[in-house]
Write a protein that binds this ligand. Structure first.
Ligand code: PEP
Ligand code: MN
Length: 333
């Protein structure tokens, strides 16, 4: 980090700032130019608040040189991270195909879909038990019962499960869940992220509706800083001025995240497009872009789904998608 001091800064004020910076375990290199003095900070500046520094009357500007994210940063971890548990692996050249309904509606619905998607090559079962709905009058999910049904479907099919958490107080219910999803609306729920940093379970961190890639990286950092380094990114589209699709799939995020971070990246073309017929082309594009996996919403009867029917594929459409995904993977080999 570099701090440019204002022209008339007194020596005393400058020394006060330098002393404070050194008290933060930073080395301070001073270079005196003709007009400005520049302080170069060496060390872990992650906890330094640049806005606070910019607000000081002696500071002209502050520039970060190294990114504020450390644990998620590829600079400090050159090799791709492979997330391995006893039930699944994400990254490392394999492909994770998560599929299932937006929300768990009944045991029959869930198990039927789970069997179908497994037969087509899905490696994980998704399904929302706690649903973040825009309207409080919409179906809120089966909650604890939904998790029970997911566990039953897991037992019946052997598919590991991924489901969304909205409140850290619900964590005991997630004990047997294989991967916990943080949904787009909670990407910056920092208290939730901190709690998830204290557990030893993979976290699927979805990008917020209006969040930058840097903010997504910083949210991963929140989880990792607490000790849980098993974080998987999920690009699920961002809000733009476009209205033909529910969101705009930012596929460049895959390339950017892969460059800046060592963590795996999953793409969710269902929420990104909101339209079932656009899901397959965007899924294929995501594979070609280098995603480590996909999350696809599948429903046995999309027209009557309690949530996100318009973007849900039928099991037959999912089978077709999966076949083509595997062909694209093969072609890229
Ligand atoms: C979901 O996966 O069902 C979901 C609510 O996704 P998002 O948080 O990306 O909107
Ligand atoms: Mn959904």
């Amino acid at each position: 980090m570099i701090i440019v001091l204002k022209n008339q800064t007194t020596l005393q004020k400058r020394e006060e700032l330098i002393d404070w910076l050194r008290s933060k375990a930073l080395d301070v290199h001073i270079s005196e130019g003709q007009y400005h003095t520049v302080l170069g900070l060496v060390g872990d500046t992650g906890s330094i608040d640049t806005d606070m520094l910019e607000g000081l009357e002696i500071v002209e500007k502050v520039q970060r040189i190294s990114e504020p994210f450390k644990k998620a940063n590829r600079k400090f971890h050159e090799d791709d991270t492979v997330i391995e548990t006893d039930t699944f692996t994400v990254g490392g050249g394999g492909f994770t195909l998560m599929a299932g309904p937006c929300s768990v509606e009944s045991g029959e619905q869930l198990t039927g879909i789970a069997k179908a998607v497994k037969a087509s090559g899905a490696t994980m079962l998704r399904g929302g038990a706690f649903k973040p709905r825009t309207s409080p009058y919409d179906f809120q999910g089966l909650r604890a019962d939904g998790i029970e049904l997911l566990l039953e479907a897991k037992k019946e099919t052997g598919l590991p499960i991924v489901t969304e958490i909205m409140n850290a107080q619900h964590l005991p219910l997630f004990e047997q869940v294989d991967m916990i999803q943080v949904g787009a609306r909670n990407m910056q729920n920092f208290e939730l992220l901190k709690e998830l940093g204290r557990i030893d379970k993979p976290i699927l961190l979805k990008r917020g509706l209006a969040n930058t890639i840097k903010e997504l990286l910083m949210s991963a950092e929140y989880i990792m800083a607490g000790g849980n380094e098993k974080v998987i990114f999920c690009e699920r589209g961002i809000r733009t001025f476009e209205t033909y699709t529910r969101n705009t799939l930012d596929l460049s995020a895959v390339a950017v995240l892969k460059e800046l971070s060592h963590l795996p990246v999953i793409v969710d073309p269902s929420h990104a497009t909101g339209v079932s017929r656009y899901v397959k082309p965007m899924a294929l594009a995501a594979v070609a872009a280098g995603a480590d996996g996909l999350m696809i919403e599948v429903h046995n009867d999309p027209a009557h789904a309690l949530c996100d029917g318009p973007q849900s594929l039928t099991p037959a459409q999912f089978e077709d998608l999966a076949k083509t995904v595997f062909k694209v993977r093969e072609a890229l080999r």
